[in-house]
Write a protein that binds this ligand. Structure first.
Ligand SMILES: Cc1cn([C@H]2C[C@H](O)[C@@H](COP(=O)(O)OP(=O)(O)O[C@H]3O[C@@H](C)C(=O)[C@@H](O)[C@H]3O)O2)c(=O)[nH]c1=O
Length: 175
């Protein structure tokens, strides 16, 4: 499992472990012993996955306050362009974003620290994105930044968005 630090403190890219044989493949995106060397919160409370069509954008989401949490994200079928936006006011990369393609060809996990918003554009139909989070979901603590308000070029016309995501606040109004 190769772990790569990014320019955003606490945001890591981890190459999944892979075991191929004549039947297919076994892919492991998370291993406690490997991740634990990073001295990060691994106390995951929920795992879920989404299925999405091509050109869906789900973005840019985080939980705040007492329900702020870390997330581990992998794509287990298809591909996405994944984006993380640093919203930590004290961070030297506040307002900056990191992008990476996540797919099922070169499986990776993205470990996202608290205080960073997360989103992605789906590149293929039937894409399945899997998450674990260190807090359970709490609608009252959900915060989002509008997908097209922080300077990132998603390179898509007419993405498919939820009503919730269309009406999120803009980055300039984030305090
Ligand atoms: C995220 C989430 C949603 N829900 C419910 C709320 C709602 O009725 C329905 C769909 O929720 P959303 O529209 O918020 O789903 P979605 O837009 O897919 O939200 C996700 O986006 C990506 C980018 C993330 O990073 C995730 O953490 C999560 O915020 O599922 C849960 O019950 N538990 C959960 O953990």
């Amino acid at each position: 499992m190769k772990i790569t630090e990014t320019k955003i403190e606490g945001l890591f890219v981890i190459d999944a472990l892979r075991f191929q044989d004549l039947r297919g493949e076994l892919i492991k995106p998370f291993n406690f012993n490997v991740y634990n060397k990073l001295n990060i919160n691994l106390d995951f409370k929920e795992t879920w996955f989404t299925k999405s069509k091509k050109n869906v954008i789900r973005a840019m989401h985080l939980q705040i306050g007492e329900m702020a949490c870390e997330k581990l994200v992998s794509v287990i079928n298809g591909s996405v362009l994944d984006v993380v936006l640093d919203l930590r006011s004290e961070s030297r990369t506040f307002g900056e974003y990191f992008e990476i393609e996540l797919n099922d060809i070169e499986p990776k996990a993205l470990y996202i620290p608290q205080g960073c918003a997360h989103g992605y554009k789906v590149l293929q139909d039937n894409t399945i994105t899997m998450y674990s989070a260190t807090k359970v979901h709490s609608a009252e603590h959900d915060l989002g930044i509008r997908w097209n308000s922080f300077g990132y070029d998603w390179q898509v016309e007419n993405p498919i968005l939820s009503d919730k995501d269309i009406n999120l606040i803009e980055f300039k109004d984030f305090k």
